[in-house]
Design a binder for this molecule. Structure first.
Ligand code: KIV
Length: 272
């Protein structure tokens, strides 16, 4: 086999669609900077989301609302420089697309031109359909996002499970079909009952990626800082922690401080 054949193939929207058809689960994680993106991509994740959760985990804001388009572009471009194979999706931040479809398109064009990402993601169903269509008609792939939509936190008031009630569940099902018909290449479902998410994934032909939406969907996404345990204060039921980096990093920093104070660092071999 030639070296070129051994090299992992760049993940495209077409590859994700094939994965759904073959029943192969899609692994997606967030990243916001070059170094983490390089590690996550090298480990073989299929999709990297430059989420507006950067507002929380990178900037320390309470909600995702404050992050700006310029800031998302900075994070997006940093991630793209670290990625070889994963498909990169950049979130359209709050205020960059809700005004009208022209604004949505110009924000998406800025993201594509200034980050070199592969696609954009936006929250909402029927209310953003015109924008979704306009962006896709310009050749930009769009990922939808339904269920818990953190940019609307002030409308809902809480981060609790969405679409438990029949009316909200029916709207979510309708919206998911509208997004697929408008041309979205994939859909994120956040924090909804597992049975509802599975029904949507079975009805749609595009991949459905869940976060707090059970195992009956086509793939999973987690916020990197949550699954690595960097962000140790956030522990919803759906989160599986794969590491306790908060403790690891605190320990390492503690050791460094001790070594500096005790004059152990630097030693003879660590100087010129
Ligand atoms: O911003 C983000 O990290 C997201 C995921 C939670 C899906 O949208």
């Amino acid at each position: 086999m030639s070296v070129a054949n051994q090299r992992p193939k760049k993940v495209t929207t077409h590859v994700l669609s094939e994965m759904k058809m073959k029943g192969e689960k899609i692994a997606m994680l967030t990243a916001y900077d070059y170094s983490m993106a390089h590690i996550v991509d090298g480990a073989g994740v299929d999709v990297i989301l430059v989420g507006d959760s950067a507002s929380n985990v990178m900037a320390g804001w309470e909600t995702t609302l404050p992050i700006t388009l310029d800031q998302m572009i900075y994070h997006g471009a940093s991630v793209v420089r670290g990625v070889k194979t994963a498909l990169v999706v950049v979130d359209l931040p709050f205020g960059s697309y809700q005004g009208n479809s022209k604004e949505a398109l110009s924000s998406s064009i800025r993201i594509m031109k200034e980050t070199a990402a592969d696609s954009v993601k936006m929250e909402g169903g029927e209310e953003v359909i015109e924008s979704v269509k306009r962006i896709i008609s310009a050749g930009i792939p769009v990922m939808g996002h339904l269920g818990l939509t953190p940019q609307s936190i002030h409308k809902f008031g809480t981060y609790t499970v969405r679409a438990r009630q029949e009316e909200e569940a029916q709207k979510l099902i309708r919206d998911s079909h509208l997004l697929q018909e408008a041309g979205c290449f994939a859909l994120v479902l956040e924090k909804i009952p597992a049975a509802l998410a599975e029904k949507v994934a079975n009805e749609l032909t595009i991949p459905v990626i869940g976060i707090g939406a059970g195992g009956g969907v086509d793939g999973q996404v987690l916020v990197l800082h949550d699954m690595l345990g960097i962000n140790h204060e956030f522990s919803p039921r759906f989160l599986r922690r794969y590491h306790n980096l908060f403790a690891e990093i605190s320990g390492a920093v503690g050791n460094y401080i001790e070594d500096v104070k005790s004059r152990d660092f630097p030693n003879e071999r660590e100087q010129y």
